[in-house]
Design a protein around this ligand. Sequence first.
Ligand code: APR
Length: 240
Amino acid sequence: MHQRDIRNIVVLTGAGISAESGLATFRGPDGLWEGHRVEDVATPEAFRRDPTLVQRFYDARRARLKEVEPNAAHRALARLDAEWPGALLIVTQNVDDLHERAGARRILHMHGELNSAWCLGCDARARWTDELSSQPPCPACGAEGMLRPDIVWFGEMPYEMERIDDALRDADLFVSIGTSGAVYPAAGFVQTARYCGARTLEMNLEPSLGSTYFHETRIGAASVLVPEFVDEMLGNRTVR
Ligand code: APR
């Protein structure tokens, strides 16, 4: 596909793009936390059963965020965004803030964000970078013990689905980076985009579960493949 034909690029990212920053993926060898499967602490049932355990899990992940930095893959996408204004939408399953810190602008966090808290009492959302397990009061209504991580757990509805669906339908190019393709609805985005006419490309350490749906699969580390892809995309800009 020639760059001249591309106006809208949707990039879906998963845990693999942040792995080289030092954040563990979910289904890799480090995908455990204090002996719990991640899925077992990422459900509404787990939160009802043992809220302190779940809060501590997210407190640990939120604290870890402060120790890591965006890597070359996050930075390359930010460069694409800066040098081709308006073309790129990043849809991320990640709850970290590494795309933002790299400088990308249009980002939809479909699975929520670690640095956000949601009050089950008044429904307010607040930026939150500290721990929640000590049951701090809600900054909006003052209720104690009502703040939960603003994370979409298994069995909950992902955020921004309408905007994502519109973007997939308008996409000329759909690129999936660092996701295993194990979790829907994100795993099905390639099919929507392709059905609606987009070229589809995945970049991952191994073929994802949905790799047969992609026109092209590139195998390797995101920190190498994504900068190469962005160079390729920006290489022909003058002919647009
Ligand atoms: N470069 C590219 N790909 C990588 C790298 C890397 N450096 N490191 C790992 N990967 C790949 C792995 O091979 C794997 O296929 O990234 C993928 C990560 O897959 P998962 O751990 O399943 O993460 P993800 O697909 O984002 O999980 C989806 O599941 O637990 C939930 O809500 C959570 O958003 C998450 C969702």
